[in-house]
Design a protein around this ligand. Structure first.
Ligand code: NAP
Length: 267
C-alpha cells in the first residue's frame, strides 16, 4: 500500500471484463491502478479501456509488472489455463489474487489456500461477482430444503468458453450443501439424445444456452406439488460485477486464506 491506497494490477486488461475493471479501479477512491497486463502490449491501458490516458501501460509481461509495480492485489479476468499461471506467479511474490476467471479447478483453489496461509495473505476466486447472483445462490440453498426437485438453466453470450457456467456449478454445489435429498426426473428415465438432460452436478441438472443477445442469466426451477418456484438473475451490463470486485479487492487485504465465492463477504 502507498498513501493508504491499495495497489491493483489487472490481468486480461484488454478483455471485456478487464476493461471494466480498469475503468472501475481508476475511479474508485482508495484503489490505485499500478499495472495492466494483456496478450498484446499498448502504450496506455486507459486508452484501451476507453477512458483516455491514465499513465499505466498495457504490458504483456505479468512477471515484470508484479516485480516492478509491486501491486498489493492482482485481479484476473482471462481464461482458466492462463489464470492458474497468473495466480501462482502472484502468490510466489506475496500478491493477493482476486480471480473472476471461471472454470478454475477446485484442486487449484485448495492448493492456493494452503499457499495463502503460508504467505499470510488473502485471496478470492469468485465465479460471479454480481451481488444479485450471490443472493440468488443463497436463496436457492434455502428453497432446496423445501423444494428438493430442482433444475438450473443458464444462458450466456455465445463467446463464452466454458459450460456449464461457474455460477451454475456453484449454485448446484450450494444446493447440494443444503443437505436436501435432491431429485430431478425419474431414476429410470432414458436420454434419447446425449446431453438432453443437461450436466449433472451432485444430482442437480444444469442446462446451458449459448446465444448472441444474452449477457449472463440464470434461472433455478424448484418443482413442487401444483407449484413451481423460479429464482432468476439477469446480468444485463458488466458493471453489475464491479461492486463485488471492489469489495473483494478491499477484503483480501484483511484476511488470510483463499475464499471461493463472494458469499462469505456478504454476511
Ligand atoms: P474476454 O473479453 O475474452 O477477455 C479475456 C482477456 O484475457 C482477453 O483480452 C485475452 O486476450 C486475455 N488473456 C487471455 N490469456 C491471457 C494471458 N495469458 N495473459 C494476459 N491476458 C490474457 O473475456 P471476458 O468476457 O472478459 O471474460 C474473462 C473471464 O471472466 C472468463 O473466464 C469469464 O467467464 C469470466 N467472467 C467472470 C465473471 C465473474 O463475475 N466472476 C463475470 C463475467 C465474466 P486475447 O483476446 O488476446 O487472448
Amino acid at each position: 500500500m502507498s498513501n493508504g491506497n491499495i495497489r491493483v494490477a489487472v490481468v486480461g486488461a484488454a478483455g471485456k471484463m478487464g476493461r471494466e475493471v480498469v475503468r472501475t479501479v481508476v475511479r474508485e477512491e482508495g484503489l490505485e491502478l499500478v499495472g495492466a497486463v494483456g496478450t498484446r502490449p499498448a502504450p496506455d491501458a486507459g486508452v484501451v479501456a476507453g477512458i483516455g490516458e491514465i499513465g499505466v501501460p498495457l504490458s504483456d509481461n505479468l512477471q515484470e509488472v508484479l516485480v516492478n509495480r509491486k501491486p498489493d492485489v492482482l485481479v484476473d479476468f482471462t481464461r482458466p489455463d492462463a489464470a492458474v499461471h497468473h495466480v501462482e506467479a502472484a502468490l510466489a511474490l506475496g500478491v493477493r489474487p482476486v480471480v473472476g476467471t471461471t472454470g478454475i479447478p477446485g484442486e487449484s483453489i485448495r492448493r492456493w489456500d494452503a499457499i495463502c496461509r503460508e504467505q499470510n495473505i488473502g485471496g478470492l476466486v469468485a465465479p460471479n461477482f454480481a451481488i444479485g447472483a450471490v443472493l440468488m445462490m443463497r436463496f436457492a440453498k434455502e428453497a432446496a430444503r423445501f423444494f428438493p426437485h430442482v433444475e438450473i438453466v443458464e444462458m450466456h453470450h455465445d463467446r463464452k468458453l466454458d459450460a456449464p457456467s461457474g455460477t451454475a456449478v456453484k449454485t448446484a454445489e450450494e444446493i447440494v450443501s443444503s443437505g436436501a435429498p435432491i431429485r430431478s426426473g425419474r431414476p429410470d428415465e432414458k436420454e434419447l439424445r446425449p446431453g438432453a438432460r443437461g450436466a449433472d452436478v451432485g444430482g442437480v441438472r444444469i442446462h446451458s444456452v449459448r446465444l448472441p443477445g444474452f449477457v449472463a442469466h440464470q434461472e433455478i426451477f424448484f418443482g413442487g406439488m401444483g407449484q413451481v418456484l423460479t429464482i432468476r438473475h439477469d446480468a444485463v451490463d458488466r458493471q453489475c460485477f464491479m461492486p463485488g470486485v471492489v469489495m473483494a479487492v478491499r477484503a483480501v487485504m484483511t484476511y488470510t486464506g483463499m475464499l471461493y465465492g463472494l458469499e462469505p463477504l456478504l454476511r
